[in-house]
Design a protein around this ligand. Structure first.
Ligand SMILES: Cc1ncc(C[n+]2csc(CCOP(=O)(O)OP(=O)(O)O)c2C)c(N)n1
Ligand SMILES: [Mg+2]
Length: 974
């Protein structure tokens, strides 16, 4: 295992000295000296300061003056030193040379604060930790003989003279007992001091009242009893027992108890499988009857029509009462099996809840709590991605409390195979998060740290980690045999007393509780469980399982009025293009804004960026708030949005959409960090708790959405059916083949379509700014809450072919299918297509004056508006050949999805025209791309002897792509 390499630095001895000289220093008013002391150049800085002091003592800060005076005085004294004797025998250690004993005491303090955790008794199953030579007396040139010498104890627990023995005992008790803390990596000294003082004030020893201690024991017993009850009544059924980690339940209870006095009204929790049932019952107050009912084999989940997930994935919400009668709202987010995927979802939910509680500045009323497994926390990248959101303007939630149920195993994998770091909490260090490791067999210690964690979170609004080091009493689940792989570990675990027994012993010894009282607690819990079991049996006996028809939502095809009057559009055009008179902006952007104004006034056709701005502005001014987040979304990857403009002199930012009218709804647009999984998860979570809001996540290029595939598969497309959670989240995915190579071309439309069923979402590929305008408005305004996938343009953003007259905004609604604007009836051939390829087809049609072929656009591919399609087709010849044309490869794009569905709707075969199947989405060569594109367009218009059915799509002639490829081969041969 890698060991921590924090140096025992004499720099921080200077810090300690500084603290001692001036304990009132705070980080909000850091002295210039303090600000620089932690930097690599500080030796030079100290020397410089020292020189200045020597020349003129009044030229330096009084604290430095005092420091140098003491330093000089010390240097004048000669060894043998006050009371150090033996170490001299060994000669000066290279680490400390001739450093004075007092200075070495300060180094000792620093070393224990930094490395004391390596000696802490953290593992309930482990032996006493080995000595750490970096903390041995000899390292500091002290010996046993020095133990009774008196030193200044610096900042240790309030300071003052102490013997070395007392100092060591203080340090060991604080930093090496059942709590090991990593906090010296934190660069904010105010935080470090706060943590240090808080821990040293109590020597990190819990001080709960007898009632509180009894309550903690009760919680441990409740956690254990539930597991044992399930173990005996539902033998072999999966529950992912918490046993070995019951301390979690006491920790959560202590946290919730502390909420009201800390101003916390709501806690949003995310967690995986381990102990989830226990948390549902013993923390969130889900009834045992309900839980036991779910264990029954006949049980059908009550979520939407029986697609519901297994019980250890379900979410829950409740308001619980604390012992003082105060209420705290708790919610546990549903989570998929994909470990840690829930993290950003919880963060997004928490931020949305903060907005609802008008808590967007301090974020103290709603606290996110994430419970992790040790294996998953260090293993899954989304953990780091989520930690990285924690201080960002558009994503922060005022600090998350992370609790790790560190049972020191992941399924069958032990830490040695699971991580390259000493602790599973290593990702937290990168973000300067305080990390507390606590022995899980000491629930009082763990509970004391959760109180500290909440106080810390409320004070600094930062994340904190509590790592409960425990063990797993059974196998990974209840059907799993741990002895196959960990025979020795499990014989140790079998012999290890449960947490409840250890704590009970402690409280009995302290006279806090009696055997009789403990017995009473146990029997009360057991009676409650027994009664609930009986009730659940009655419920279950009435269940009559039956199959349900698939979900459907025909309202998804209902037209939503989304037109906006011309006068309003023109007004909004002025608002979105007006910036303060004293704002100096880039000339090109000024032109963009002026053009937008002209577009809205109807003097020039609208482009995509303008239509989007007008859609947003119209929604905001009528009360719909909007959140848009994505990589470079403020400007827009393709420089088409410019939702924020910057002053040329000051870079002051101005966002016209935030300044439309006094009572407009809020518009939040954020450049996200370079993450897909965490940011999409966050925005999805946000959308769950903000159904009234239009929440949009934008991918930089559509293909990058696959970095968030877990969020798409596990949440966006399926969570309504699994957990009954509705989301209005909208995904903007730039898509289109422009010869830019295999990357950046494809938003993987095929994947989204493959996930479509039961009207779970809408998948669209609009081709005109006006239709995009209506689509965005429809998504925000319609009552039905469903996710929306929009494939958005790249090259077409500035293409004059893809513009709309303003009248298309002031009338009509979103068109699922756009008929051919020119060949309106009687066509002998109909080309169906979606998206950008339409413009290439239309160019060809116009250039060749083709009047017998109509081009229809499926602007919404799912759900397919079959009625509209049939109606539009009926305007053309009944014998018309039907072609599906796409620029994507045959195995991609919409073809595979439509090949199965179109023939059933239009009652005839459909011929495929497009690129051949390919492993990567597109060619890397612009010329090959152009050849392929030209040929597929020609082929769509070429007469064909025999239309094929979808199952026999090959027509015998080479497709565009294969022809182009052979052209390429020929070229190479030459
Ligand atoms: C992303 C992901 N990969 C793999 C799994 C399969 N899996 C389920 S639990 C588990 C072990 C988890 O270990 P840990 O995080 O330590 O939690 P514990 O079960 O020990 O509480 C694994 C590998 C999963 N659920 N999710
Ligand atoms: Mg584990």
């Amino acid at each position: 295992m890698a060991s921590s390499n924090d140096p025992t630095s004499s720099r921080d001895s200077a810090l300690d000295i500084l603290d001692r000289l001036n304990p009132n220093r705070t980080s909000s008013s850091p002295s210039p000296a303090l600000g620089r002391i932690g930097h690599p150049g500080n030796t030079a800085f100290l020397e410089e300061l020292h020189e200045a002091w020597k020349t003129d003592p009044s030229s330096v800060d009084p604290t430095w003056r005092a420091f140098f005076e003491g330093f000089e005085l010390g240097c004048q004294l000669r060894p043998p030193l006050r009371s150090t004797s033996a170490t001299i025998k060994n000669g000066p250690s290279p680490e400390f040379g001739n450093v004075l004993p007092q200075a070495r005491i300060y180094n000792l303090l620093f070393a224990y604060r930094a490395l004391g955790h390596t000696l802490a008794h953290l593992d309930p199953l482990g032996l006493t930790p080995e000595e750490n030579s970096d903390l041995s007396l000899s390292t500091f040139r002290f010996t046993e003989a020095d133990l009774d010498s008196i030193f200044d104890s610096g900042t240790l627990g309030g300071g003052g003279p102490r013997t070395l023995r007392e100092i060591l005992s203080f340090l060991k008790q604080t930093y090496c007992d059942h709590i090991g803390v990593e906090f010296m990596h934190i660069m904010n000294f105010a935080i470090r001091r706060w943590l240090r003082d808080r821990m040293e004030r109590t020597r990190n020893q819990p001080s709960f009242s007898p009632e509180q201690q009894r309550r903690i024991l009760e919680k441990i017993i409740a956690a254990e009893s539930l597991e044992r009850f399930l173990h005996t009544r539902y033998v072999g059924q999966k529950r992912f027992s918490l046993e070995g980690g019951e301390t979690l339940i006491a920790v959560l209870d202590t946290l919730i108890e502390a909420c009201p006095t800390s101003g916390v009204e709501e806690v949003v929790i995310g967690m995986a499988h381990r102990g989830r049932l226990n948390v549902l019952v013993n923390t969130l107050g889900k009834s045992r009857r309900k839980l036991f009912t779910e264990f029954h084999e006949n049980y059908v989940p009550e979520t939407v029509l029986g697609d519901g997930d297994v019980k250890y994935h379900l979410g829950y919400e409740n308001e619980v009462s604390t012992s003082t009668g105060k209420k705290v709202r708790l919610s546990l987010a549903p989570n998929p099996s994909h470990l840690e995927a829930v993290n950003p979802v919880v963060e997004g939910k928490a931020r949305a809840r903060q907005r609802h509680r008008d808590d967007t500045v301090k974020r103290e009323k709603v606290v996110p709590v994430l419970i992790h497994g040790d294996g998953a926390f260090i293993g899954q990248g989304i953990v780091a991605e989520t930690l990285n959101l924690s201080r960002l303007e558009g994503y922060r939630t005022g600090g998350t409390i992370h609790i790790i149920v560190n049972n020191q195993i992941a399924f069958t994998t032990l830490p040695d195979d699971s991580r390259s770091s000493r602790y599973c909490t290593a990702p937290g260090k990168a973000f300067g998060i305080p990390i507390f490791h606590v022995n899980g067999d000491d629930p009082l210690a763990a509970a004391s740290i959760i109180q500290l964690a909440l106080d810390f979170r409320q004070k600094f609004h930062e994340d904190i980690i509590l790592d409960i080091v425990c063990y797993r009493r059974h196998g990974h689940n209840e059907g799993d045999e741990p002895n196959f792989t960990q025979p020795t570990l499990y014989s140790e675990i079998d012999a290890h007393p449960p947490v409840s027994r250890l704590l009970a012993r402690k409280l009995l010894d302290a006279g806090i509780i009696t055997e009789k009282e403990i017995e009473k607690i146990r029997s009360q819990i057991s009676t409650v469980s027994e009664e609930a079991l009986q009730e659940s049996r009655q419920v279950v006996s009435k269940i009559q399982p039956r199959l349900h028809p698939p979900l459907s939502c025909p309202e998804l095809l209902q037209e939503v009025p989304t037109a906006v009057p011309a006068k309003k559009i023109a007004e909004l055009g002025v608002s979105i293009s007006t910036i303060p008179s004293d704002f100096q902006i880039n000339n090109k952007i000024r032109k963009v804004l002026d053009t937008r104004r002209a577009m809205a006034a109807g003097t020039t056709p609208l482009d995509w960026g303008c239509a989007e701005h007008l859609a947003f502005a119209s929604l905001l001014t009528s009360g719909t708030p909007i959140r848009l987040s994505g990589q470079d979304s403020r400007r827009g990857t393709f420089s088409h949005r410019h939702s924020a403009v910057y002053d040329l002199r000051t870079r002051a930012r101005y966002i016209p959409l935030k300044n439309l009218s006094k009572n407009q709804a809020s518009f939040c647009v954020y450049n996200s960090p370079l993450s897909e999984a965490a940011v999409l998860g966050f925005d999805y979570g946000y959308s769950l708790d903000s159904p009234e809001m239009l929440v949009i996540w934008e991918a930089q290029f559509g293909d990058f959405a696959n970095g968030a595939q877990t969020q798409i598969d596990q949440y966006i497309t399926s969570s309504e059916s699994k957990w009954g959670t509705s989301s209005r989240l909208t995904l903007l995915l730039p898509h289109g083949y422009h010869g830019q190579g295999p990357e950046h071309s494809s938003a993987r439309l095929e994947r989204f379509l493959q996930l479509c069923a039961e009207d779970n979402m809408a998948v669209t590929y609009p081709t005109t700014p006006a239709n995009y305008f209506h689509l965005i408005r429809r998504q925000a305004l319609r009552k039905i809450i469903k996710p929306l996938i929009v494939l958005t343009p790249k090259g077409l953003l500035r293409d004059t072919r893809a513009t709309s007259p303003v009248t298309d905004l002031t009338r009509g609604a979103f068109q699922e299918i756009l008929p051919d604007p020119e060949v309106t009836k009687g066509a002998q051939r109909v080309i169906l297509c979606s998206g950008k390829v339409f413009y290439d087809l239309q160019d060809y049609q116009r250039k060749n004056k083709i009047t017998h072929t109509a081009i229809l656009r499926l602007e919404q591919i799912y759900p397919l508006h079959a009625k509209k399609l049939t109606e539009i087709l009926s305007r053309h010849s009944p014998d018309a050949e039907i072609i599906w044309c796409q620029e994507e490869s045959e195995n991609m794009g919409a073809w595979a999805h439509l090949a199965l569905r179109l023939p059933a709707v239009i009652k005839k075969p459909v011929r495929y025209v497009g690129r051949d199947a390919s492993s990567s989405p597109a060619t890397g060569s612009l010329i090959i791309h152009t050849l392929e594109q030209n040929q597929l367009i020609e082929e769509a218009f070429a007469s064909h002897p025999k239309a094929s059915t979808p199952s026999s799509k090959k027509t015998g002639t080479p497709t565009a792509a294969s022809k182009a490829k052979s052209t390429n081969k020929r070229k190479k041969k030459k």
